[in-house]
Structure formats: structure tokens, C-alpha cells
Design a protein. Structure first.
Ligand code: TRP
Length: 900
């Protein structure tokens, strides 16, 4: 067992022994019970004994009083303040925030736990309770003719000592008036305790006696279990609301990477649990969770600070109270860690212990949710009435003086403070005690006392025969049982300074918080500035109201601190979670092309709709670029070349026409030459159809016009080749062959050869004509306007037919290439056909692999190249002779028959 557990146990045994003796159990039985229960955990053991005893206790109320002489109090624990009255209520307050465990060597009765660290704030709460009781006693409306009394004990902010206080509240002050032994007025309700851990213990102690308790500061969500804590009420909102508010605050400021620190108590445990539940599925992640040990230990605290220092989480949420925060912050300040933005829970966000000017560099800017404040008119004056003169025997008043003035009005050997008169003035500057400008917890205490008073008042108003209890009975005013008061507490509803006070079925009250920001006051010390509120009764999303402009942040900064694991991803990129790390730690990856993200921190990039594409930054979709072979860098040269080609052809035509009577023109079958030139002109021009935006008509025209003109052209060349071949292969002059190849037949050949192509084209256009189409497959970011061939079979037939003609032509010309004569037409035809074939053979793979709009360019280019090939091979030599060597332009020379 750990130290405190042992002492816990010992105290328990002591208490049990005492209680058992109070209940007059013979000692022999007592030892039996103790051995039987020694293996149980302390609290279970305690509950067990209490259950065993509650029966006796309750029956006591019914039976007549037993002799007080039999009562022996084994230990006396004096209350801080007492007042007699018709109805007594208990008060338990953490008047000290530190304890010193007694030395336990089991050779002597262990001394009680010593409490250190006087808390003037809790002293103020005590005074508030006394004020409330006095007000009620003076009131003629509330509980007229009756007086309230109280017994106030110090819990020392620790469960074990809280338990001692609870037992003391239950017991009488001395054997004489111990309610356990006599029939004196019982304890009707308890105002307490502060910390949830203590309240749990107190509540378990009160439960068997069904004494209601109203806590003014225990906010733990654990108390909602009505079966476990049936007599528990509170005037502070349940922490479920606070963690909701903190989660919203974190989200509001985009603090997605935060640290959690808590004290080792129920309050911290449940609050952290609640916050984690609240943050689940949200964008906030918890970087670390640390716990300040119950028995403070610097080593552990330094480890926690190391974690804080290393982490990127600059925002740290702390569920703790002065008790453990004081030593922790002292060490924190020694470590000189800065840049931490504290988010304080309600337990310490208004704690005056930390308002000193030395705290500002480390705690300035702290933000948190403070419980609702109220106004208690008399409080300031009432607090000032407290003085050592008035309470000459009260140790607590002495300690208050020590805490406020550093001197002791009651000199004793135990303390080392200088002596003072005790007549010092309580001034506003003693804010730890005198700060009455915005009482929060004190206001809760005030409310709690009034709630009891109002319930009692209602109870006393009960008219017999009309009461809420069995057989419509009422409580007896001279013997009120605590559970009867509980009934009225559950029902109570009253107004206090415009605020309605009541309890829901779980004993909870209305969720309302102020947002408190720690700013530097005029004197350099910390001031709590109200910068917003959280109203849990408002519909979701409207609960939190923050006045950001009034906020001051850690490090005296006016800019919201950043607490993230990874900086946010700008639009155009998305989050990519790192494997094995929390979702808040991520990398940013740019969106793929065609996808965009237009928000920061996008989880996913979204596809652009069809015909839209992402812009350069991937932040928005823009219409895809539409491309086709336009009059641009590619279209203009092609146009120029085709126009130049056509003009050249026309030029040649003119030259030939002009020299039509000369040998070169005549020998070479002038009519066919003119045909070829005409066809070539068309060939050049039809490459123009490939340029410009494809339309239904231009698409249909493209392939057909080109194939027919080419067919015509090659047919003419074919005719020419045939003529050449025939002329030279005719063995005898005037042979038949020439007869069969007269001009008419030649025209017929040309016509029929071209007709075939025309028929193919007609079939193509009728059945499946080429049509303009939008190609998005080749390049996804662009729409390429192109002509779909419609039927590829027809397309390849058309090309094949031209190829066939060209091959035929080539073969024939090849056969004729060796024929005599200086001007060998066949040689040029062979050559031209070679070029032609080369161009078109190269065209096929180029065409097939050329992307969209380039296919048109490739085709157009092939047309131009082959047309130039034909033009040059067939006509350049002749033009050369006609224009530059007219002396060779004779029949003799051409036939190779002239003399040298
Ligand atoms: N709301 C806290 C609670 O319920 C307040 C508190 C008072 C506290 N005293 C404490 C929290 C001591 C931790 C320790 O417990």
C-alpha cells in the first residue's frame, strides 16, 4: 500500500472504532468485524460498516434518546465556525490546499494529518456561507420564526481529510451534544465539498443517512449517476458542458494539436475522458496526456515539462486546481519555458493564488471557462468584519492574517511569523480574500445555502393532509428527517438576482460559463478579464460567444497563438496522413492535374467536371483549352506552303501554256501535262481544308477532296507512263498500241481511274462520313477538335487505292526508265513515284501516332510534300530546259538524235 493509503486505512479504522463504540457495539464484536473486513479496500470497507450502522442510526430517530454519558469521542476535531440554530447545516470547505502526512510507525497513535497552505479564497467562501445564514436568520420572509445554524469544517482539499471533515460534521462537537448519541437536532444538509474527489467521499459517507449535500464547486461528470450519489446536488454545471465548451474553443481558434495535463483526481480523470470523447472525430488531436502526481514530485513534473518543451503543441489544457498547480507552476517558472498558451479549467481559471506579478510572463494570456458570477451585496462589508479581535480563539482567522499580512496576531511557539496587533485594515488589495467584485464560487455557496433555506421554508409551509409523503403527510417541524428535506430540495425553485435556481433530476444546475482571459492589470499583476461566454442552453453552434479583439495571448501577444502538428495545406493541395501518426499530423500533397481543392486543409482533391480542367495552381477548374489546327505557328506555314505550291503550279502552267508550241511541251503530251498541273493545283489547295476548326463540311471535304485530286493526278501520271511505255515499246511504227492510246482513250483511262476513287468516296460519305469530334483522350487537359474518319475501312481504302495507283505507275515507269532519248520522262516519273511512295509510307506511321490536331497537320504536310515531289520531279527539268536552255528545246535534242 502506498503511504497515503496506509494512513487512509488507519484513519478509517480509527473512525470505525469510534463509530462502533458510539453505536455501542461490544469490543469483542468489533474485533470480529475488523478482521472480517480487513481485506476490503478502504472505501468498500467503510461503506460496509456504514450500511451495517445506518439501520441503527435511522431507527435512532424513531426511538427515544439514549444516555449521552455513554458517548465517548475518541478524537476531537474542532469546526472552523459554529452557530447554533433550530436547523443545523454542515459546511465543508478546503481552507488549506496542502497536507502533510503524519509519521506512522505504529508505536503510537498517529497524529492527525496536518494541513498547510491556508487558502484565503476558501475562507471567503466560508464567510459567504455565514453571511447567507445570517441573512436568512434576519429575514422575515424566509424561515420566519426559525433559525439556521451551521458547523463548518476544513477539508484540507484532500479526500482523506475531507472524510474526516464529513465525519466531524456528522458527529456532535462533544459527547454532550453528539447527535449520534442524543436526540438533538440532526444535521439536515451539508454544503460541500469543493473538489469532486472529496465530494465523492463525503457523499458516500452521507448516503446511508440520506443527508442531502449541495456542492458549490464539484463539477465532475461522475456525479450524474443518481444511483451512486442519490443525495448529491450541486450549483455548478456538470463538466460535460465545460469539456464541450473547451472543445469548441479549441476548434474556434484552430488549435488542432494540444497537450492535456490533469491532476490525479476524479475531476481530472473524468474531465480528460470527457474532452477526449468530445474531440473524437473532430479535427483536434491530443499531442500528449500527462498527470501531475497526487503526492507532488519534482522529478515527475520535470518530465512533464520536458514533454511540453519538446512538443509542437503550444496550447495546453489543464484540469487541475491550486493544490497541485502551485508547486507545478513554481517548477515551471524555474524551467523558464515560454510560449505555452494555457487553457485553464474552471477550477483554477479564477484562482487568486496565481495573480502575482511574477506569474504574468508565464501565465499571462491564459484562457478558460469560469463559472457564472453573481452579486452578493453585503459580502464586501461582511468580510471586513472578520478580525482577530472578534475571533480571538479562531486559528483560521490567525492564519488569514498570516497569509495576508505575513504576521501573526496570536503569537505561539509553532509559527515563525512576527507578531502584529491584528488591527490591520482589510483592504481591497488583499484580493485573495477581499476580491468581491465578481464572486463565482462564493456566489455558488450563497446559492446553495439559500437553496437549503428555501427548501426548508417550503417544507415548513406544508399543510398536513396535503403533504408529499406517505398518506399525504408532512414532515414534523420539530423532527425533520434529512430525506424529507431532500424531497423539497429536488423540487425547489427560486429566484436570485434575476437568475432562476433549481436542480434537475440528476441534481445538476444550468450550464453557463464566462470566458476568462488573464491580462496584465495596471499594477502589473494578473487580472481576470471577461471576454465572452458559453451558454449551454442555447442551440448547438450558438453557445460560444468570444470577443476576440479584447483577448490577450500568452507572451503578451495580440495574435492568436498557433498550435498545430502540421501547418495547414493551402488550396491546391490535400492532406496526406502520415502512417502511424494522428490525423492532425500530415503532409500536403499537391492535387493531380485535373483535380482541384479550393479550401485550406482539404482532405481530398475533387475532379473537375467534364470539359473542365484544373488551373496551374489546382485551385479552380477552368474550361479545357480547345485545340485544332488553326492559323497559328503550324497553320500559317502550312497555308503559305500550300499557296506557294499552288502558285508555283499555276506558274508552271503559264510557262507551259506560253511555250506550248515548243518541243518539250509537245513531246511530253501537253494535254496530260495540263491535266496533271491542274490536279496538282487542286492537291496543293486541298491541304488548306485541313486547317481551321473542323466542321461537318470541312471534315467531309478533307479526305474526299484530297483523295480524288490525288487519284486524278496519279491517274494522269499513269496515263502518261502508259503512253511513254507504249510509244517506245511499239516495235513497229504505226503499231496498234498507239491507236489504242489516243487522246480519247487517255481521257477515258484517267476518268475511269478517278471514277473508282469517286465511287469509294461517295460510298464513304453516304455510309459513314467523317465528322468533327472532340478528342479528350489524347491530352486530358485539352479538347482537341478533329475529324473522325467515320469509317476507317473507307479511309484506308482511299489511301490504298492511291497507293495502288502509285505502285502501278512506279512499276510501269520503272520498266520504261531505260528507254532511249535525252529527255527521259519515265525516269522522272519513276523518281517522282519513289518520292511519292516514300512520303506516303512515312505518312502512315506518323499519322497513326500523331496526336489529334497534329494528325491533320501530318496529313496536310504529306499532301504538300508529295505534291511538291511530283511538281518538281515532273516539271522542274522541263521548265529548266524551256526557260534556261531554250537551245536544247528541240525535237532532235530531246530524241537524242542531234549531231554533236
Ligand atoms: N470543479 C473542480 C472539481 O470538481 C474544482 C476543484 C476544487 C478541484 N478543488 C479541487 C479540482 C481540487 C481538483 C482538485 O473538483
Amino acid at each position: 500500500m502506498r503511504g497515503y493509503e496506509i494512513s487512509n486505512y488507519i484513519t478509517l479504522c480509527r473512525e470505525i472504532t469510534r463509530l462502533l463504540s458510539v453505536y455501542k457495539l461490544p469490543n469483542s464484536k468489533l474485533s470480529g468485524v475488523l478482521t472480517l473486513t480487513v481485506s476490503m479496500p478502504p472505501l468498500a470497507l467503510f461503506s460496509f460498516i456504514f450500511y451495517a450502522l445506518s439501520f441503527t442510526h435511522v431507527s435512532r430517530y424513531a426511538s427515544t434518546a439514549t444516555a449521552a454519558e455513554d458517548c465517548i469521542l475518541r478524537n476531537s476535531f474542532q469546526p472552523g465556525f459554529v452557530a447554533e440554530g433550530d436547523f443545523i447545516i454542515g459546511g465543508i470547505f478546503p481552507l488549506h490546499y496542502n497536507q502533510e502526512m503524519p509519521d506512522q510507525n505504529y508505536t503510537y497513535t498517529p497524529p492527525p494529518v496536518k494541513c498547510n497552505g491556508f487558502d484565503p479564497r476558501a475562507f471567503r467562501w466560508v464567510q459567504t456561507m455565514r453571511l447567507a445564514v445570517e441573512e436568512i436568520n434576519e429575514s422575515t420572509e424566509l424561515l420566519p420564526n426559525h433559525t439556521l445554524g451551521y458547523k463548518i469544517f476544513d477539508s484540507c482539499a484532500y479526500p482523506l481529510t475531507g472524510q474526516r471533515a464529513a465525519l466531524a460534521v456528522l458527529n456532535g462537537l462533544s459527547e454532550a451534544d453528539s447527535p449520534m448519541c442524543s436526540g438533538a437536532s440532526p444535521m439536515l444538509a451539508v454544503i460541500g465539498e469543493s473538489g469532486s474527489a472529496q465530494s465523492i467521499v463525503v457523499s458516500r459517507l452521507l448516503r446511508p443517512f440520506r443527508i442531502p449535500m449541495i456542492s458549490y464547486f464539484s463539477s465532475c461528470a461522475c456525479f450524474t449517476d443518481r444511483r451512486k450519489y442519490p443525495t448529491f446536488f450541486r450549483v455548478i454545471p456538470n463538466d460535460d458542458y465545460q469539456v464541450k465548451a473547451i472543445a469548441q474553443l479549441l476548434l474556434h481558434f484552430n488549435w488542432t494539436w494540444v497537450g492535456l495535463i490533469r491532476g490525479d483526481h476524479e475531476y481530472g480523470r473524468f474531465a480528460v475522458q470527457g474532452l477526449l470523447r468530445e474531440l473524437q472525430g473532430s479535427s483536434v488531436c491530443v499531442a500528449y496526456q500527462e498527470m501531475i502526481p497526487l503526492l507532488y514530485n519534482t522529478q515527475r513534473a520535470l518530465e512533464i515539462m520536458q514533454v511540453m518543451r519538446r512538443s509542437l503543441a503550444k496550447v495546453v489544457v489543464v484540469f487541475s486546481a491550486e493544490g497541485e498547480m502551485t508547486p507545478f507552476l513554481r517548477d515551471y517558472m524555474k524551467q523558464n519555458i515560454t510560449g505555452i498558451q494555457w487553457v485553464a479549467s474552471e477550477a483554477w481559471v479564477t484562482a487568486s493564488v496565481f495573480t502575482g506579478r511574477e506569474f504574468y510572463p508565464y501565465l499571462g494570456g491564459t484562457i478558460g471557462f469560469g463559472i457564472r458570477k453573481g452579486h452578493i451585496a453585503q459580502l464586501g462589508d461582511y468580510l471586513q468584519t472578520v478580525s482577530p479581535q472578534r475571533y480571538p480563539d479562531n486559528v483560521l482567522v490567525g492564519e488569514l492574517w498570516e497569509a495576508l499580512y505575513g504576521c501573526s496576531p496570536f503569537p505561539s511557539s509553532a509559527n515563525h511569523f512576527p507578531v502584529c496587533s491584528g488591527q490591520e485594515d482589510l483592504l481591497k488589495q488583499h484580493s485573495a480574500y477581499m476580491n468581491t467584485s465578481s464572486p463565482r464560487v462564493a456566489y455558488n455557496v450563497y446559492k446553495a445555502v439559500y437553496a437549503v433555506a428555501h427548501s426548508l421554508h417550503n417544507l415548513l409551509l406544508c399543510q398536513s393532509g396535503n403533504g408529499p409523503f406517505e398518506n399525504d403527510s408532512c414532515a414534523q417541524s420539530n423532527n425533520i428527517l434529512p430525506w424529507q428535506l431532500q424531497y423539497y430540495l429536488q423540487e425547489v425553485k427560486f429566484n436570485m438576482a434575476g437568475e432562476e435556481v433549481n436542480f434537475d433530476l440528476k441534481g445538476d444546475s444550468v450550464p453557463y460559463y464566462d470566458i476568462i482571459n488573464w491580462q496584465r492589470g495596471t499594477t502589473g499583476s494578473i487580472e481576470f478579464v471577461n471576454v465572452g461566454l458559453f451558454d449551454g442552453t442555447k442551440p448547438g453552434g450558438e453557445e460560444l460567444v468570444i470577443q476576440e479583439e479584447r483577448m490577450m495571448w500568452a507572451g503578451h501577444q495580440s495574435e492568436v497563438p498557433v498550435s498545430v502538428c502540421s501547418p495547414s495545406c493551402p488550396p491546391g493541395s490535400r492532406k496526406a496522413v502520415r502512417r502511424g501518426e494522428p490525423v492532425c499530423c500530415f503532409d500536403c500533397v499537391p492535387c493531380d492535374s485535373g483535380k482541384i481543392s479550393n479550401q485550406t486543409n482539404s482532405v481530398e482533391c475533387i475532379f473537375c467536371p467534364e470539359d473542365w480542367w484544373s488551373n496551374q495552381d489546382r485551385t479552380s477548374c477552368i474550361p479545357k483549352k480547345v485545340e485544332f489546327l488553326a492559323y497559328d505557328a503550324l497553320g500559317i506555314p502550312l497555308t503559305v506552303i500550300s499557296v506557294v505550291g499552288a502558285s508555283l503550279t499555276v506558274g508552271v502552267f503559264v510557262v507551259f501554256f506560253h511555250h506550248r508550241s515548243t518541243a518539250v511541251v509537245r513531246v511530253n503530251n501537253s494535254e496530260l501535262s495540263f491535266f496533271i498541273l491542274f490536279a496538282l493545283t487542286l492537291c496543293f489547295l486541298c491541304s488548306l481544308v485541313f486547317i481551321g476548326e473542323p466542321t461537318v463540311w470541312s471534315c467531309m471535304l478533307r479526305h474526299t477532296a484530297f483523295s480524288i485530286t490525288f487519284s486524278l493526278c496519279i491517274s494522269c501520271i499513269l496515263g502518261k507512263t502508259l503512253v511513254v511505255l507504249a510509244a517506245f515499246t511499239a516495235t513497229r511504227p504505226g503499231d496498234n498500241i498507239m491507236k489504242w492510246l489516243g487522246p480519247k482513250q487517255q481521257r477515258a483511262i484517267i476518268f475511269s481511274c478517278t471514277l473508282v476513287q469517286v465511287v469509294i468516296c461517295a460510298a464513304w460519305l453516304i455510309d459513314a462520313p467523317p465528322y468533327p469530334s472532340r478528342n479528350t483522350k489524347y491530352e486530358r487537359s485539352k479538347i482537341i477538335l478533329e475529324c473522325s474518319v467515320g469509317s476507317s475501312l473507307a479511309f484506308w481504302c482511299v489511301l490504298g487505292y492511291i497507293g495502288l495507283q502509285a505502285c502501278l505507275c512506279f512499276v510501269l515507269a520503272f520498266l520504261a526508265r531505260k528507254l532511249p532519248g535525252n529527255f527521259n520522262e519515265a525516269k522522272y516519273i519513276t523518281f517522282s513515284m519513289l518520292i511519292f511512295s516514300a512520303v506516303w509510307l512515312a505518312f502512315v506511321p506518323a499519322y497513326l501516332s500523331a496526336p489529334g490536331n497534329y494528325a491533320g497537320a501530318v496529313e496536310s504536310f504529306a499532301i504538300l510534300a508529295s505534291s511538291f515531289g511530283l511538281l518538281f520531279c515532273l516539271f522542274a527539268p522541263k521548265c529548266y530546259i524551256i526557260l534556261l536552255k531554250p537551245e536544247k528545246n528541240t525535237k532532235q535534242h530531246l530524241m537524242g538524235k542531234e549531231k554533236r
